[in-house]
Design a protein around this ligand. Sequence first.
Ligand code: ATP
Length: 377
Amino acid sequence: MPLCSAKCGKKAILKRPKTGDAMCKECFFEAFENEVHFTITRAKLFKPNATVAIAASGGKDSTVLAYVMKLLNKKYNYKLKLLLLSIDEGITGYRDDSLDTVKQNRDDYEMPLKVMSYKDLYGWTMDEIVAEIGRKNNCTFCGVFRRQALDRGANLLKVDYLATGHNADDIAETVLMNILRGDLARLNRCTSIITDSGDGIPRVKPLKYAYEKEIVMYAYFRKLVYFSTECVFAPNAYRGHARVLLKDLEKIDPSVIMNIIQSGESIKVNETANMPSLTNCMRCGYVSSQDICKACVLLEGLNKGLPRLGIGKSSKVKRILNENKLKNNSCNINASTCCRTSTGDVEDIEDKKCLCGGSQTIKSLPVDKIMSDKLTI
Ligand SMILES: Nc1ncnc2c1ncn2[C@@H]1O[C@H](COP(=O)(O)OP(=O)(O)OP(=O)(O)O)[C@@H](O)[C@H]1O
């Protein structure tokens, strides 16, 4: 190995995947951390004294995010209060094990941890959902519920920001996917480093420009404890294609990842394109591009034995809901179970109309129920 390209005089022990530079371990750490710091300061990601929930899955990205955020917060005196927020999707042999890793992170990094589960929020674990719907489309349920569960957690914790471990590869893959699908609305916002979740708590991505290979390398050389097993259920097939394509292109030239992100950032979507406007779901109050958000529609389908409701086009959903409304003008599921946990967790029990259009009312999960699972440190 040659000498470290940072000219520290030490021998290089690695080649940076992003730049190809030969480096020693310490100079690599410094370069990686400085780049994340630069990303944070250039985008003015956080206001001083803010509280930040780090969405922690126990995987490499969120583990590195928690570690680096703690380090930079101290080094540059960001004055942030950092805590961890984990969603337990209820996947045996996967999330239960990765949550043990998050608990280890909680102890190692001395950050409070809040865990919220699909079972408490929606009445279903992913194991139960897969038993109901099979392995096809289960990622749709998981992704939609997780996005909302993180928003609910951030609200509950009254944080100022929610930081996720999305890295440069994730963002480049998403750009590719949105181009391949012709999804202009998503293409327009998928490269944003700050996104508005509609509830006033911005979602931020401090690792937006960090390459996945560098994150793995950083975790390895820093000896960070993280969980590396793939989800036991079927992977998201479409994203898988984009991922394979990106990895192949990266082998030819690593700069393609940054190039794709920069292209995504520069694309200006034609104003005449059909862009959905964001509103609040009539049912749960969370942000949605439809009157009823995807999480509520999917949950309705599960609770009413129509698990394919919400998979596919929204016009199809409307048609099925209308047919269902005509067939039974009242909901055939009893009030305590019908749509039982799909409403906001910030309100106490409140009567709302069921999506079936019938006279049945639904009850939201009392905030005390969720709050009873206190922050642990
Ligand atoms: N169960 C969860 N609880 C909390 N946050 C999560 C959870 N799953 C995903 N996230 C957040 O969303 C980000 C992107 O999730 P994704 O499923 O793409 O995982 P990933 O790329 O494998 O990341 P990681 O290595 O952190 O698991 C994660 O880095 C994390 O911040």
